[in-house]
Structure formats: C-alpha cells, structure tokens
Design a protein. Sequence first.
Length: 189
Amino acid sequence: MFSRAFIINQGLFQISWPACVLGAAYGWAWTGVLVVGVLALWQLNRHNRHPVDGRMVMVCLAIGAVLDTAWIQLGLLVFAMPWPWAGVAPFWIMLLWLALALVINHSMAAFKRRPILLALMGLVGSPMSYYAGSRFGAVEWVAPAWQVVLATGVSWALLLPGLFWLAAHLELRTTASQVTGRQATVIKQ
C-alpha cells in the first residue's frame, strides 16, 4: 500500500516532533538532532532527493526563523532551550522546520492539490501543536491564549498552502527547464 520511502519519510517526520519538543523540554538537544539528522540524511541522499528539496529547505528555514522569532519578539511565546540566542527561534524549532521541508515533496506531496485541507490543518493543528508543546514544557504561552491561537492558527492557515503551492510551482519550473534542456540537446545533435 505505502512504499518503503513513504513509510521512512513519514515515520521519521512523525518522530521528529516529540524528539525536538521533548528534547527541548528536558534539555536533550541530541534527540532532535538525531531524528531530524537521520531524516535529512535519508531524504537528501541522491537516491531519495527531490529536485526542489534543497530550495524548500532554504525557504522553510528562512520562514521558520522569521515566524518563530516574531512570536518571541511579539511577546506571544517563550521557547525552552533558547539556543543559540535568546530572542530568536531556537535551534530545536528550526529542526522542525527542516523536517517539514523534507516531507512536502515526499510523503505529504498529495496535499499539494488540497490547499483548503492544508489551510484547515494549519488553522487547527498549529495552535494545538504549540499548546501540546507548552504542556510538555518546551514553550510557554506568555500572551492570552486567544492571541496565541489566532496568531499561530491564521499564520499557518496561510503558510501551509503557500509552502505546498511553492513546492509544486518550483517542481513545474524545474521539470519544464529539464525538458527544455533535453530538447535543446536533441536539436544540437
């Protein structure tokens, strides 16, 4: 039913959240590094890599750094284990952004054609994720709950469909340029 690559990609992604969140709560940075590191090694090797994975990693890391730093700077959230610097998105949450980037074109690729579902998942799932993280001690909600839920929910309701759209758009551009390159090679011959 599901391929080995799908199971490994999605399985490591599912383990990434508890590894990073519980790791942050207990001061065990190594757990997130280990799990997301294995996911990155698996997904970015030349046999499993998608042509736009590298670009999606860069995009997700940039957005993650800005967004999770904004939550801190706006006084909404405070993250446990604020390494490398207090006041910016911590390393462990950046690992979660890396993990997200590595499933968009793989085990979650089917969602590229379901933007409404992605928006709903972001709207509901994001606040729930931050809430669960707060229950484990990895993040503290320092603003009123309605503000955190509204900010994280709305931002992720826009962000998730946008990321998946971008991945699909980059894939189409990459495929088109590869086809054009092959056609040019054939014409030269």
